[in-house]
Design a protein around this ligand. Structure first.
Ligand code: ZN
Length: 463
């Protein structure tokens, strides 16, 4: 009796243990081949290196490759042509492109407390690559059109695969407004990243610790981490989720906690400052980041409300333009034919606290020059709005067949002590520049991001 009871208890314990061990995630449904992931990553990597400053320092590059390749090899990750480069950017971020290339901001190297934390971000990003989250997401959202593109060889014509995807409003590269991962994908990347770290001798808890530290700072509208957090939304309680799985991971002692991070940080500290590159290779001119006039800070007394949207949309049609917008918002048409789409709480005095603004600007010489007109427009914006900062320089997309640029700014919000994120979409309509500005307090940007994407993807022109 007793023996049987013990056996029963043991069986229960084993069952309970087995039930709580999460299976390692596998890549989801995907119309792209692995080779297409690699091709796409190469195209985006070229764009990235035109837009960002890759640090040519050998010691630093060797260091991040050492950490990255240790994760790849000891973590037994799928075979891709991985490489790791450092880009001179103060914000705390790193991003991997489909098929292997990874770029690590100097800001991340500075912010990490030990090598395990840096490895944690790399392992998380590597997991997105191995799980093919970018192309999986594109497959899910655009599978009908993608099927045609991927089999027709449309990609082999000018512009490549990334150009063909841009036609669909899909961007998977850096600075791409169209890509942020779902919470489910984040949980997968955390789990796989943690296993990868453990196999490579890093304490997996450092991954969660670092992410939670960033989340704590990001709640404070820290623009240095805002982008990272919006690209990688928290699946919730990362430390607990990883600790729950620790019993199933390769156990320590973990030997690579501090590593050579201190030396790498010294190299970063000694780098000469760089000028921001212009976003487009043939732009040649100054970036809109340089020498922007700064308006004085406005002190507001209006508290930021909690923003809620149902996710249901209605359609606006005016002139040649049609787009969807959240059903609880209203469209107001100004005397200058400008549009404001928001609700009562979104309007603060005459300013938009959250919502969408739309303007049509006639081209100076009858013909829009997309990049220079956008740059001029952004300069004007910087002169008239308080403390505008460019977070991501203009990147090219296509909106309903028209070339467009997407620029991400932050500025002071009309709400008390808030910053806001402004995503500016400038669309070349031949003789006119159509400007859409998506506005949200940075602290609640994640609430509106999906909705803004839907609106921008819904824009259609009737002529
Ligand atoms: Zn992520």
């Amino acid at each position: 009796m007793r023996k049987r009871l013990l056996a029963l208890l043991l069986a229960c314990a084993v069952l309970a243990l087995a039930a709580s061990q999460k299976k390692l995630p596998k890549p989801g449904w995907n119309l792209f081949s692995k080779q297409q992931d690699v091709d796409l990553g190469r195209e985006y990597a070229q764009q990235v290196e035109r837009q960002m400053t890759v640090v040519p320092n050998r010691e630093l590059t060797d260091y991040v490759n050492r950490v990255g390749m240790r994760l790849v090899r000891q973590g037994q990750l799928d075979d891709y042509p991985y490489y790791f480069r450092v880009v001179q950017e103060d914000s705390i971020n790193a991003f991997a492109l489909p098929g292997g290339p990874m770029y690590i901001h100097t800001g991340l190297i500075k912010a990490a407390e030990n090598e395990a934390q840096l490895a944690g971000v790399l392992a998380h990003e590597l997991s997105h690559v191995v799980l093919r989250h970018g192309t999986h997401q594109a497959t899910k959202s655009q599978f009908v059109q993608l099927g045609a593109i991927l089999v027709s060889g449309a990609a082999s014509r000018g512009g490549g695969l990334s150009g063909a995807l841009a036609q669909l409003g899909v961007g998977l590269g850096a600075g791409s407004y169209m890509l942020s991962f779902s919470r489910g994908m984040e949980a997968e990347a955390d789990l796989m990243g943690a296993y990868t770290m453990a196999k490579a001798g890093y304490n997996p808890v450092e991954l969660a610790r670092f992410f939670e530290k960033l989340e704590a700072q990001g709640g404070n509208q820290n623009s240095m981490v805002a982008r990272f957090l919006s690209d990688h939304p928290s699946p919730g309680n990362r430390i607990q989720a990883i600790e729950d799985q620790l019993p199933y991971m390769p156990r320590g002692p973990y030997t690579a906690q501090a590593g050579d991070l201190k030396q790498a940080q010294q190299v970063v500290a000694q780098l000469a400052p760089v000028k921001q590159k212009a976003r487009s290779a043939d732009a040649g001119g100054a970036s809109p980041n340089s020498q922007q006039p700064t308006a004085p800070t406005v002190t507001s007394v209006v508290e930021m409300p909690r923003i809620e949207v149902s996710g249901r949309f209605k359609t606006y049609q005016g002139g040649e333009v049609t787009f969807s917008y959240p059903e609880e918002w209203n469209v107001t048409i100004g005397s200058d034919q400008s549009l404001i789409v928001s609700d009562d709480k979104g309007m603060v005095g005459g300013a938009v606290g959250y919502g969408i603004m739309a303007y049509v600007l006639p081209a100076k010489d009858g013909r829009v020059q997309l990049l220079s007109d956008t740059t001029a427009y952004l300069k004007g914006l910087a002169g008239s709005s308080p403390n505008v900062r460019t977070e991501a320089e203009p990147s090219s997309i296509t909106v309903s067949g028209s070339p467009a640029l997407l620029t991400r700014l932050t500025s002071d919000s009309p709400y008390k002590q808030q910053r806001e994120t402004d995503v500016v979409l400038t669309i070349d309509r031949g003789s006119k520049l159509l400007v859409l500005i998506f506005v949200s307090p940075t602290a609640q940007y994640s609430t509106l991001e999906q909705c803004f994407k839907k609106v921008s993807q819904s824009v259609r022109f009737s002529s």
